[in-house]
Design a protein around this ligand. Structure first.
Ligand code: HEC
Length: 166
């Protein structure tokens, strides 16, 4: 092998090895399942199961990391999706959102699922179980619709949040 190519390959290997020292932070703040969306709304088991499988890795504190989450730079890329996902919407903190926000979350969750733009396509490569079928999407959509119509999940007086918002 040409000497320059050899040096370049060793340099690349060195960089990849060095990257492994920068591990992602998997810690989450303490949270209570009493604040969780699926728990608070008493979601039926099948819906809860589907959403935990397809959404909770990025939109909750209950992320289950795949083995490749230990390998940089893939780990960094996963972590950025998780951080961004939680920032937009964190089902673990559902009770802490305002009543308006909770209503919006129910609506947007319905749109994301029935219009098919969630979960992210890149997530589905590594998670075949998160590739929701049309039937599964309508099942979640119908439940969200009934939730939205009943007002449960968005009402102010459903939860004892300890503080009133105005
Ligand atoms: C791989 C991580 C990942 C998964 C899995 C995932 N999301 Fe997301 N989600 C994101 C990211 C990142 C954003 C923000 C950027 C965007 O909209 O693409 C987002 C945005 C959203 C939004 C918009 C929130 C707002 O206020 O802007 C909704 C609603 C949503 N996701 C619902 C879901 C639902 C429902 C599922 C499961 C069916 C799901 N997501 C699965 C990463 C994810």
């Amino acid at each position: 092998m040409n000497k320059k190519v050899k040096i370049a390959l060793y340099a690349l290997l060195g960089i990849l090895v060095a990257m492994q020292f920068f591990r992602i932070d998997k810690k989450v703040p303490s949270f209570s399942s009493n604040d969780d969306f699926l728990v608070l709304t008493s979601a039926p088991d099948d819906v809860a199961q589907l959403m935990r499988t397809a959404c909770y890795d990025c939109h909750s504190y209950e992320t289950k990391y795949p083995w490749y989450a230990n390998i940089a730079p893939v780990s960094w890329w996963l972590k950025s999706h998780i951080d961004e996902g939680r920032e937009h919407l964190n089902y673990s903190l559902y009770a802490t959102y305002s009543a308006d926000d909770r209503e919006e979350i129910i609506e947007e969750t319905g749109e994301a699922v029935t219009e098919g733009w969630m979960p992210l396509d890149s997530y589905k490569w590594g998670h075949p179980e998160a590739r929701l079928t049309d039937a599964q999407r309508s099942r979640i959509g119908e439940w969200l619709m009934s939730l939205s119509l009943s007002g449960i999940g968005a009402e102010d007086d459903v939860y004892d949040l300890g503080e009133e918002e105005d």
